[in-house]
Design a protein around this ligand. Structure first.
Ligand code: HEC
Length: 453
């Protein structure tokens, strides 16, 4: 029985609640105050949990190894955190999170210059890593309950009841930086792999180097990064539907971070609400460190990006840079700045861009593409029409095709894909037809090389 069904039963059945309360409270079960407290707290918890699970999680289309992370972050933040107390719910903001993507591999996460599957987040510095991680915490049941606070620097208290463990997240990011790609554990034909390297390093559509080789990316303060081109290569478009969700802003109506965004109106793109929530929390947490060394009190205004660099103090410069970076952490839907989340490219065409990562360790990360729609690397080197229309996702591995074995013995689920006739299904195997016209011998060599990355 899943947690939601179980907790709903306890909440709605007196006998089940009594049994539960006895277990939780032990001897305190006799104390009417403790019992009343548990009833209220548990009632609130189940109300909130049921709201997001019943309205936001279409489990049947996620399957093993996928989730709609962006959709769930939006649902969590706009549906559970910014409504009126005591529940803080805004159920109408919760939508079915139906654009599941594969869990991305972590070992290059810290060094890419852009990240997230649609490549919307600037990345590669400690601050940007923190922004990414704080957003994730809000998406996975961290506690967050922003409150209007006239006297606070940002007009809001973003840290009241906030469970984000900032130093823990920094430690975590430090550990991720140390992670390398896993080494292929089976024998490799080195001579064949060397031929494959030549194919990989070709430029153009029958090579891979243009988009996946290690090249210097945007510099982030003092950090080196790897270039991560963000391109429309014809793959599934559904994640962009989620990226364009809007929500009512609840208690965050009117919230604004100086130099970062305009005041939030009654209804706003969910990504803008997330940006303010994350940036506000980070600035409030680290603001005191950055600002307290300033003379004459703290003022974000004094550290405007237009401040004269020659006369700016060190903390001012640091804050200025930090604000500039935070601005890039998430796209904004309007005003100056990047517009990657928009469906329409400047020339009027429709663009669904995703990140082309450096693909070290790619042998270990099947199924492939952001939506996990292709089971093996051998299948990815076939035209979309010839890729499997259905496959099982689980742990068993195929050494020949480099990816998921066609039959799975353990926990598994079945992904049913669509072709290019339905690019917006969330399960489309369309696109990325690079290397698909290579002669078979070159494909074999390339596959052997990909094992060694
Ligand atoms: C013009 C740029 C470009 C070229 C050339 C290119 N790719 Fe890609 N690749 C991309 C993009 C963009 C994505 C992300 C698409 C998505 O996830 O929807 C991608 C995704 C992938 C993935 C999936 C990564 C994952 O984590 O699931 C693999 C594997 C891959 N490419 C291998 C190759 C190989 C092998 C070649 C050479 C035959 C190649 N690519 C050539 C742009 C390119």
């Amino acid at each position: 029985m899943d947690i939601n069904t179980a907790t709903q039963t306890i909440a709605n059945d007196k006998a089940a609640f009594d049994a539960f309360a006895k277990e939780v409270l032990g001897t305190e079960y006799q104390d009417p105050n403790s019992l009343a407290w548990l009833e209220t707290a548990f009632g609130l918890w189940t109300q909130r949990f049921n709201a997001i699970v019943a309205n936001g999680v279409p489990h049947e289309n996620w399957g093993v190894g996928r989730l709609d992370a962006v959709g769930m972050i939006f649902n969590r933040l706009t549906g559970l955190d910014i409504g009126p107390p005591p529940s803080n719910l805004l159920v109408a903001n919760i939508k079915p999170a139906d654009a599941p993507v594969r869990y991305p591999f972590l070992w290059n996460a810290a060094i890419q210059d852009y990240t997230q599957w649609p490549g919307f987040a600037a990345n590669g510095s400690d601050l940007l890593g923190l922004a990414r991680n704080v957003g994730e915490v809000y998406g996975v049941f961290g506690e967050f309950a922003p409150k209007k606070e006239k006297w606070s620097l940002l007009g809001y208290d973003y840290l009241a009841g906030n469970s984000v463990n900032f130093s823990g997240l920094s430690t975590l990011e430090g550990l991720i930086k140390k992670m390398g790609p896993p080494k292929y554990p089976f024998p490799v034909d080195q001579a064949l792999a060397a031929q494959g390297a030549v194919v990989f390093n070709r430029t153009g559509n029958n090579g891979c180097a243009d988009c996946h080789s290690i090249q210097p990316g945007k510099s982030r303060l003092f950090n080196k990064t790897w270039r991560t081109p963000i391109l429309d290569v014809g793959t599934d478009s559904r994640q962009y539907d989620v990226m364009s969700w809007t929500a009512s802003t609840g208690v965050m109506q009117g919230a604004r971070i100086p130099f970062l965004n305009d005041k939030l109106g009654k209804t706003e793109p969910s990504i803008d609400i997330l940006t303010v929530a994350v940036a506000g929390s980070i600035l409030q947490h680290y603001g005191s460190i950055l600002l307290d060394t300033r003379e004459n009190g703290a003022s974000l205004k004094a550290a405007a990006p237009t401040a004269d660099a020659k006369t700016a103090s060190i903390p001012e410069l640091r804050l200025k840079n930090n604000l500039r970076e935070l601005k890039e952490a998430f796209p904004r839907s309007r005003g100056e700045g990047r517009t990657v989340m928009k469906k329409t490219a400047p020339d009027g065409s429709t663009a669904f861009k995703y990140e082309s990562r450096v693909i070290q360790g790619i042998w270990a990360t099947a199924p492939y593409l952001h939506n996990g729609s292709v089971p093996t690397l051998a299948d990815l080197l076939k035209p979309a029409a010839e890729r499997p229309a259905q496959f099982n996702v689980g742990r068993d591995y195929d050494i020949e095709k480099v990816g998921l074995a066609s039959s799975q013995s353990g926990v598994s689920s079945t992904t049913v894909t669509t072709g290019c006739e339905n690019r917006n299904s969330g399960n489309s195997r369309c696109g990325h037809e690079f290397g698909t016209t290579l002669p078979d011998a070159e494909k074999r060599a390339l596959l052997e090389y990909l094992k060694t990355l």
